[in-house]
Design a protein around this ligand. Structure first.
Ligand SMILES: C[S@@+](CC[C@H](N)C(=O)[O-])C[C@H]1O[C@@H](n2cnc3c(N)ncnc32)[C@H](O)[C@@H]1O
Length: 248
């Protein structure tokens, strides 16, 4: 019982760290409210140095996120750490790498575009908010508490078996297969003030999202077989229009 309570506390603490880093990410990318943002903080003296540091930070996040989410890694990893805290540990490491990124990010202030019109600024901020809203709501449509490890430590606390999440098509998932990723793409690109640093961030994260989707769908087909294949035939990856309307 003691171990179960400890696992639960570990899961809750990880979730709080995740929530803090997620909220910070909104302000970091949006370039408001917090002292260190994508455009505010330390600038590398040599351009290539800054680019290398930023690429390294983004690469580290992508590497951790991709490797630790794979089945083969999980099988090996759960011989070392207990299964109920596997997801929480994944979430914790992701959050810590994000915090490292916020802290060590080098600004690259060269302006790529700057929207002066007040109306367009509001429109772009609206899309920025819409993107984050899409991310947040999509997590609840799949299973917010499973994605961030709380469900697993709760079931363990109650002495119940940890069952996998079934394939489903709730809410936004009826229109696109990856609404959460679509939300990130919108939030990362919708800005009235695009600097070179922000552009590097947006290009790298968008590229990584496509790689992540490829890996995720490979796993989803393995778990859910024909059901997911049929879903993929019928529903688009990211563009929320019925397939037949765009004729592919
Ligand atoms: C961070 S969520 C992202 C989901 C999706 N890629 C998106 O952008 O909305 C990743 C988890 O969602 C699960 N997942 C993705 N689509 C699903 C679906 N239609 N039904 C159930 N689980 C799904 C994957 O197996 C994975 O564990």
């Amino acid at each position: 019982m003691f171990g179960r309570i400890l696992s639960f506390i570990y899961g809750v603490v990880d979730y709080i760290i995740f929530l803090g880093s997620f909220l910070y990410a909104i302000a970091f990318v949006g370039d408001f409210w917090v002292p260190k943002t994508i455009n505010a903080g330390s600038e590398a003296e040599i351009f290539w140095q800054g680019l290398l540091v930023n690429a390294g930070l983004l690469g580290l996040f992508a590497f951790q996120h991709s490797v630790m989410a794979r089945d083969g890694f999980k099988k090996w990893w759960t011989k070392i750490i207990p299964k109920p805290i596997e997801r929480s540990t994944y979430v914790l490491l992701s959050s810590l790498i994000l915090i490292l990124l916020f802290w060590q990010w080098r600004t690259m202030p060269e302006v790529i575009w700057s929207v002066e019109s007040g109306v367009w600024q509001v429109v772009l901020f609206g899309f920025f908010g819409l993107g984050w809203g899409l991310v947040f709501l999509s997590t609840f449509m799949i299973n917010h508490f499973d994605l961030f490890g709380l469900r697993q430590v709760y079931l363990h606390l109650k002495g119940k078996e940890i069952t996998p999440i079934e394939f489903k098509e709730p809410g936004f998932y009826k229109y696109v297969r990856h609404p959460l990723m679509l939300g990130f793409i919108i939030a990362f690109w919708a800005t009235p003030y695009m600097t070179l640093g922000h552009l590097v961030f947006s290009i790298a994260t968008t590229g990584y999202i496509f790689v992540g989707i490829w890996f995720e769908e490979r796993d989803l087909i393995r778990y859910h077989g024909e059901k997911y294949k049929e879903y993929r035939e019928r529903v688009r990856m990211l563009i929320p229009f019925p397939k037949e309307n765009l004729g592919d």
